[in-house]
Design a protein around this ligand. Structure first.
Ligand SMILES: Nc1ncnc2c1ncn2[C@@H]1O[C@H](COP(=O)(O)OP(=O)(O)OP(=O)(O)O)[C@@H](O)[C@H]1O
Ligand SMILES: [Mg+2]
Length: 329
């Protein structure tokens, strides 16, 4: 007999539960609504991406969940603890990594920074703190780098931040643009570390502008746009639901053929985009009803070496917020 267990056992309390959350800054004509009745649920063990344009409210939400600032309305709970009424319990459950280089002790080495941090966060005993610090620094490639943090590059400081978060094995890891300033190898390593943190039982909230990163590692993503949640779904759902597609040519197209494609597509309805990157040409097709016209146009050139793929998360994101261009309120 098979049974759907998910309907039998009550699902565990979410790691993050945000209900009707609001936050404003300033007053009078300078009043700015940073978060407007935000609802968000992050399940235990999930890597949840927080996407959205500059000024959307991602850092404000991360800072509220980290108890750095308080909400002006609504509630936010982390591992069941209310951020406004029980901030110390929330702080014991989380670790925060901000983009940039604030919050480290410049005159201390990474090892000293982390030992200090471990002790301040309840790791008992000097030996244990030393060991935790050493292991975390090994994971970010900074083992044995024995000089003051103030002499580090921005990306190296960012790695110390990350090691600090990993050293305390938090229930919830809050990362606000953690790859900012990291070189490509370190950024890729960060993805691995986030996946490892999930495997070790942490829940991760990841605010990022890197759509490839979000698509690669997030179980769910939410779009925060002008202080409100736009969508909240798995990357696969979003890519499927968007209805659009991409036509990608695996080999560089001869310029004559490319021109024919451009001419044929210009006769079709708007929104079609042709991009060329590293010798690969991609046509972005926003609407499913445009697909037949695009394929006819492509096949008419005699080219057959192409693949039709679902849109990327970046395509979905651009379709959702892209029409406003660079405008920031
Ligand atoms: N301390 C503050 N005082 C006044 N306004 C603020 C303050 N902090 C944030 N804001 C405003 O709140 C809004 C949301 O900012 P927030 O930093 O949360 O955006 P974000 O989504 O993190 O943007 P980005 O992608 O640029 O990091 C913005 O309009 C910002 O100007
Ligand atoms: Mg931000």
């Amino acid at each position: 007999m098979s049974a759907d267990l998910s309907t039998q056992s009550p699902s565990p309390a979410p790691a993050v539960q945000v209900d009707g959350l609001g936050r404003t800054f300033g007053s009078g004509p300078n009043r700015k609504v940073a978060l407007d009745r935000v609802n968000l649920t992050v399940k235990v063990g999930e890597i949840h991406g927080l996407l959205g344009p500059n000024g959307a409210g991602k850092s404000t939400l991360s800072r509220i969940l980290s108890t750095i600032i308080v909400p002006t309305s609504g509630t936010a709970r982390v591992m069941g603890h209310n951020v406004a009424t029980d901030p110390s319990a929330v702080r014991r459950s989380i670790a925060l990594v901000l983009g940039g280089d604030r919050g480290l002790y410049g005159r201390l080495t990474p090892q000293e920074n982390l030992e200090f941090w471990c002790v301040a966060n309840g790791v008992r005993g000097r030996r244990r703190a030393q060991e935790r610090a050493k292991q975390a620094l090994e994971r970010v490639g900074l083992a044995g780098v024995d000089r003051r943090v103030e002499s580090f590059s921005r990306g190296m400081k960012q790695r110390v931040h990350l090691a600090r978060a990993l050293a305390v094995e938090p229930d919830v890891l809050i990362l606000d643009e953690p790859t900012m300033g990291l070189d490509p190898v370190a950024a890729l390593a960060l993805r691995r570390l986030v996946l490892d943190a999930r495997a070790a039982g942490s829940t991760v909230l990841l605010a990022t502008h890197d759509m490839a990163e979000a698509q690669a590692i997030c179980d769910r993503v939410s779009l925060l746009d002008a202080g409100r949640i736009g969508f909240s779904a798995t990357p696969a759902e979003l890519r499927r639901q968007s209805g659009g597609a991409r036509v990608r040519f695996d080999e560089p197209l001869p310029s004559g053929v490319l021109q024919q494609v451009h001419v044929a597509l210009s006769r079709l309805d708007g929104g079609l985009q042709v991009t060329e990157e590293n010798g690969t040409t991609t046509i972005t097709v926003p609407q499913p009803q445009q697909m037949a016209g695009v394929l006819n146009a492509v096949l008419a050139t005699g080219t057959t070496a192409f693949a039709v793929m679902p849109p990327s998360l970046e395509d979905v994101y651009l379709a959702a917020v892209g029409d406003r261009g660079l405008h920031v309120d």
